[in-house]
Design a protein around this ligand. Structure first.
Ligand code: ADP
Length: 464
């Protein structure tokens, strides 16, 4: 193997920490490598500890501040060249230099204004590397200009402690959210909603889990199944009262789950829905049928999900007998005008942070008016109109949901919203759109909980 020569100072990158250029001193007198960081703080769950810290990569530009995070490997006593012994956090990360990259251990230390933000010690050097102390920059040079081109959210990214509330730790959506959070340097814990227990205080409150009090999370992603809406929203409310940002608020979940309530809210916001009516007493069944314009019509059990409680009655007779069957079972239902022109298709729009980020068309099996994937439907990419986009965004906002799956039908006279889902599945929509929707969700959360950008004073000259 040919020799890889290093001078006593070199430029390197630490891509895992989001640091594209660091001016480092190579010091074979030191064993360990060190990064001069500040605001060093461990965080994350005990079985996957992390550490976050800030660094000013350019010693001459105190305004350039990067927030980094990395898995915490160890805590170790290190004696520095001035003889002081200090207990330091140790991380492992990739270093890139001269077209090569390799993993190194780095200790974190806050020693004020060191001219070199990094010290590369001998344990970070591979066998074929030779240090020539009389030379500088034997490897290609970089510059702090690299940071000027970085988007602002990368420069000021703070590592977050996140949790997803779900009873399905291994399903696609949960796994993707964990992956996306970790890829961006955050931690994500999975909490089984039904195992949370609470005590209610006037101020704050707490959530307990498995015998311990849960820590403060920067944000919680509720993915509450329909069978536990009540308890689930109580847990979400508790997090809200503790000041935690919840991607789906308890109110949004509650309203969107109740088909009657949801239709009333959508109507109040003048969002198109199929003509909908409901009644409880058998005496009124004839009247509700005529309210929606007679057969054919669609009957839906209020607690229906995945299309299971949705029936198409093609004639008045069929409608009357289904209604009397539902009433006999004391089941609550609604009656809806059949949007025939939708022809067994609906459109799922995924809204994140108030914007439609992806859409797909779902088509039912032949002779099936329900397009649910659970009923054997298929999904494909679809271009949506401005009106459809606008309707989906307004529906999510009306439901007070920052992330939602909005289902709509293409009616003759415009889009008709069927339902707004507070924990939309990610598998179908990511496959169809080929987009990193989980990543967009995490990015939205970062924007919600991150500290706002410091305002530059108008008189100060801009650097760079
Ligand atoms: P669920 O919540 O059980 O999925 P939906 O209201 O979403 O119930 O209905 C399931 C499917 O039935 C929809 O995706 C759509 O394809 C079809 N559908 C529902 N309501 C209507 C309607 N009024 N007109 C035409 N098709 C409908």
């Amino acid at each position: 193997m040919s020799q890889f020569t290093l001078g006593w100072e070199e430029w390197l990158a630490l891509p895992g920490l989001g640091l594209p250029a660091i001016h480092a001193k190579v010091d074979t007198g030191a064993r360990t490598s060190a990064l001069h960081a500040f605001a060093i703080e461990p965080f994350g769950p005990a079985d996957k500890p992390m550490v976050r810290f800030a660094i000013h990569p350019d010693p001459h530009d105190p305004e350039l501040e990067i927030i980094c995070s990395a898995p915490l490997k160890d805590r170790r006593e290190v004696t520095s060249s001035n003889g002081e012994t200090e207990l330091r956090f140790v991380i492992e990360t990739e270093v890139a230099m001269g077209g090569r990259s390799w993993p190194i251990e780095v200790t974190l230390t806050d020693r004020g204004s060191m001219a070199y933000r990094m010290l590369l010690g001998r344990s970070a050097l591979a066998e074929d590397m030779v240090v020539t102390p009389s030379q500088s920059f034997c490897q290609p040079e970089l510059s702090f200009g690299e940071y000027r081109d970085m988007p602002r959210h990368k420069r000021h990214r703070r590592a977050l402690r996140l949790a997803v509330l779900t009873r399905e730790p291994r399903n696609y959506s949960t796994r993707r959210l964990i992956e996306a959070a970790e890829a961006r340097g955050h931690t994500m814990e999975v909490i089984d909603t039904t195992r949370c227990y609470m005590n209610i205080h006037a101020v704050g409150g707490e959530v307990h889990y498995d015998g311990r009090r849960l820590p403060h999370y920067d944000a919680v992603i509720p993915r509450i199944g329909a069978s536990i809406t009540n308890y689930g929203t109580a847990v979400v409310r508790q997090f809200e009262s503790m000041g935690t940002y919840c991607l789906a608020g308890s109110e949004g979940i509650t309203v969107s789950r109740d088909k009657l309530h949801a239709h009333q809210v959508l109507a109040r916001h003048r969002i198109g829905t199929p003509t909908t009516a409901f009644a409880r007493s058998p005496k009124d069944s004839g009247n509700v049928i005529s309210l929606v314009g007679g057969a054919p019509l669609v009957l839906k059990l209020l607690e229906s999900t995945q299309g299971k409680g949705v029936v198409l009655a093609e004639t008045q007779k069929a409608a009357e007998s289904v209604i009397s069957a539902f009433q006999g079972l004391k089941a609550d239902f609604l009656v809806q005008n059949f949007v025939k022109e939708a022809a067994g298709e609906d459109i799922r729009c995924l809204v994140v942070g108030g914007k439609v980020v992806a859409a797909m068309r779902r088509r039912g099996q032949p002779d099936e008016f329900r397009s649910n994937l659970h009923q054997g439907g298929t999904a494909e990419y679809v271009r949506i109109s401005k009106e459809e986009r606008d309707t989906a965004q307004r529906a999510a906002r009306a439901m007070k949901l920052d992330a939602a799956g909005v289902d709509l039908l293409r009616g003759q006279d415009g889009p008709k919203v069927l339902e707004v889902n507070s924990s939309p599945g990610l598998e179908g929509i990511e496959a169809v759109s080929k987009k990193d929707i989980a990543g967009l969700i995490i990015q939205h959360i970062e924007g919600k909980v991150a500290p706002k950008a410091p305002r530059r004073s108008r008189t100060a000259p801009r650097k760079g």
